[in-house]
Design a protein around this ligand. Structure first.
Ligand code: IMP
Ligand code: MG
Length: 169
């Protein structure tokens, strides 16, 4: 498979995003929410580049399947351990593709009373978007390729690859 983004390129960009987040959240304590499992690698590296007091939580979602794809309705497979009331929440995603998952997730999280709610995604495929959904920090904007590695999977495989590769290429 062809490398789309090398491990070094990812690390350099993650450091830049971390610095940007430090500037934007100065004096506050961001609460990072990792959307399992794809965002795990990104969340771990990003959090180590944010030199601020912060807290982490994790949630897992699963699509309902092809029948409800257009609604983007997702099932909460693992909910957060902590509430969001009054917190500065930063959702950390691996990739925003159609935007349906993120859109649904943001609507769920909004109802829990965060003081602020922002999104950081490692990858964005804007050409695939079906719903406009706000994304505050984007690592890389990519073409319409199916990619794996650095947390991203194809049938649960390839998450351990250090780089991001174009699947099947
Ligand atoms: P969306 O709801 O279409 O924005 O995408 C939701 C999920 O689809 C992402 O969080 C990923 O888990 C998965 N996904 C979308 N594109 C890719 C890809 O290129 N590689 C691996 N997973 C992907
Ligand atoms: Mg996935």
């Amino acid at each position: 498979m062809k490398v789309l983004l090398s491990h070094d390129a990812i690390q350099a960009r993650v450091a830049e995003l971390g610095a940007e987040i430090v500037r934007d959240y100065a004096g506050r304590e961001p609460h990072l929410i990792c959307v399992l499992k794809g965002a795990c690698a990104f969340m771990t590296d990003l959090s180590r580049r944010i030199d601020l007091p912060l807290t982490l939580d994790y949630m897992a979602v699963s699509s309902y399947g092809a029948a409800t794809k257009t609604s983007g309705e997702v099932r909460l497979v693992k909910d957060l351990d902590q509430g969001l009331d009054g917190r500065d929440v930063l959702v950390v995603e691996d990739i925003v593709d159609t935007g349906l998952t993120l859109n649904y997730l943001l609507n769920v999280l909004k109802q829990r009373g965060p003081r602020s709610l922002k999104v950081a995604t490692l990858l964005s495929k804007p050409s695939r978007r079906l719903v406009e959904t706000p994304v505050d920090y984007v690592g890389f904007t990519i073409e319409d390729h199916f990619v794996v590695g650095y947390g991203l999977d194809y049938n649960e495989k390839y998450r351990n690859l250090p780089a991001i590769m174009v699947y099947g290429s």
